[in-house]
Design a protein around this ligand. Structure first.
Ligand code: C2O
Ligand code: CU
Ligand code: CU
Length: 457
């Protein structure tokens, strides 16, 4: 009861629970948004392309002229956009130039469940370079990469280890695709600066490490300037814990183009979008007749947007994709049940914490199974948990027995499950190996809200 009273902050988003109370302040728009560089290959030989990524230490000046220690990939903070194409054979040289072990995980990528996937078993020690190799088999999507060492993921991501991974395919889609011109990467992260420094240990909260300051693409309190035209925003929730409830300051509708795993069949018009930690969404926002507007999280300004007055005529088509359920799942009963619980301590999946020596689930490659994920309200209360599975893109079949809303109709690798909800998903793995599934609130993952599934031939 008590939990409920404090927390019905924003009725239009449903019940809000204690640990998600907002500490985030308005983004006043003090710096122009910048965009990560696109990673250039080390070599390219027909369909075989080789990249090199180094996790390294860096320094940044974010606030008050103070220089703080950071982590980054091939740079001081965050990483370049890795741009891959379906059908390509990719080799990536991974170097750990940190003083601590790390891994390189490709969130949303359908690769073998071995060292390629970069889960907690794929540790690279300091000073070591490892090479992975895979073929890109999935459709166009906005994925991302980040470290995954057991118990250290939250800290390493917070300090700056994260980057975007774009997959392109050869389907012609008539949508904005000029990088940083009308197709903008938007990596949303919240941070708390301690005397101008990023010090994870000083702000870490096992329940949810939340920031008071908005940072996008590594820029503190940025604004976006763009022409008056429809623009595509590729949103990544790269925050450790915060669930964003996004809309625009003028409540204008926008079109959802893609979710985690790629394009919807047709754009879906909406005015609000929930994005849990780790989730992505691509949206088309028509700024043709808009002068000033802001992307909001609840009542908080996330990103002020101003237009230049330069209009560009654009007409975009409506057919984006042809995805269908792999089998008729409507009559299938769940074969896997996973409960999630925890609000302040004891973050559990099926009542347990992670054990690297325990295989929790098994599934045959190529066989579709229905999983039911339930967010349990226990004595502590409950909070939203974004449920993520490695190595696959799944379909959301139902939420509390009802058809999912438009934002859940595309392929997903992470689904935000609200307190009390039961979400059914249809899961098919295309590769074999050992994969993680976990809550993508990184603090929860680090304390063991994670399990392992073995996918066999
Ligand atoms: Cu984005 Cu297991 O992670
Ligand atoms: Cu992942
Ligand atoms: Cu969680």
């Amino acid at each position: 009861e008590q939990v409920k009273e404090e927390e019905q902050v924003h009725a239009h988003h449903g019940t809000r629970y204690a640990n998600e109370q907002l500490t985030l302040q308005h983004n006043e728009g003090i710096a122009a948004l910048t965009f990560p560089p696109v990673l250039q290959p080390v070599s390219r030989n027909g369909q075989h392309v080789t990249y090199a990524l180094t996790a390294q230490k860096g320094e940044m000046t974010f606030v008050d002229g103070i220089t703080t220690d950071t982590y980054g990939y091939n740079g001081n903070f965050l990483g370049p956009v890795l741009h891959l194409t379906k059908g390509e054979h990719v080799t990536i040289q991974l170097t750990n130039a940190l003083d601590e072990p790390t891994t390189f995980h490709w969130h949303g990528l359908e690769v073998a469940g071995d060292a390629t996937d970069g889960g907690p078993h794929a540790v690279i020690e300091p000073g070591v370079t490892e090479t992975i190799d895979f073929v890109v088999k999935q459709q166009a999507a906005t994925l991302w990469y980040h470290p995954h060492p057991m118990g250290q993921t939250a800290k390493q991501v917070y300090n700056g280890l994260a980057g975007l991974l774009y997959i392109e395919d050869d389907v012609v889609r008539d949508i904005p695709s000029d990088y940083a011109v009308n197709d903008f990467p938007i990596v949303l992260q919240d941070r708390t600066f301690v005397d101008g420094n990023i010090v994870y240990e000083d702000v870490a909260n096992t329940s949810s490490t939340l920031g008071d300051t908005m940072m996008i693409n590594g820029v503190v309190e940025p604004f976006l300037t763009t022409r008056n035209e429809p623009v595509r925003l590729r949103l990544l929730n790269g925050s450790n814990a915060l669930t964003y409830y996004l809309s625009f300051s003028n409540d204008m509708p926008f079109q959802l183009l893609a979710t985690d795993g790629g394009f919807l069949n047709e754009p879906q018009e909406m005015t609000k979008l929930t994005l849990g930690a780790g989730e992505r969404a691509e949206i088309l926002v028509d700024l043709t007749n808009v002068a000033d507007v802001a992307l909001m999280h609840d009542d908080i300004v996330v990103l002020p947007i101003e237009t230049t007055g330069e209009a560009v005529q654009a007409n975009y088509s409506n057919t984006l994709n042809e995805i269908a359920l792999p089998v008729d799942v409507t009559t299938m009963e769940p074969t896997k049940h996973i409960t999630m619980e925890g609000m302040t301590t004891n973050f559990l999946l099926n009542g347990q914490t992670y054990d690297e020596t325990r295989i929790d689930l098994r599934q045959q490659r190529g066989v579709t199974e229905v999983w039911e994920i339930e967010n349990i309200i226990n004595e502590e209360g409950a909070m939203a948990h974004p449920f993520h599975i490695h190595g696959t893109q799944f379909h959301v079949i139902s939420v509390n027995g009802e058809a999912p809303d438009a934002s859940l109709q595309g392929l997903k690798d992470t689904v935000t499950v609200q307190p009390g909800q039961k979400v059914r998903i249809a899961v098919t793995f295309h590769e074999v190996g050992l994969y993680m599934y976990h809550c993508h609130i990184l603090e929860h993952e680090d304390v063991g809200m994670m399990g392992q599934i073995e996918v066999y031939e």
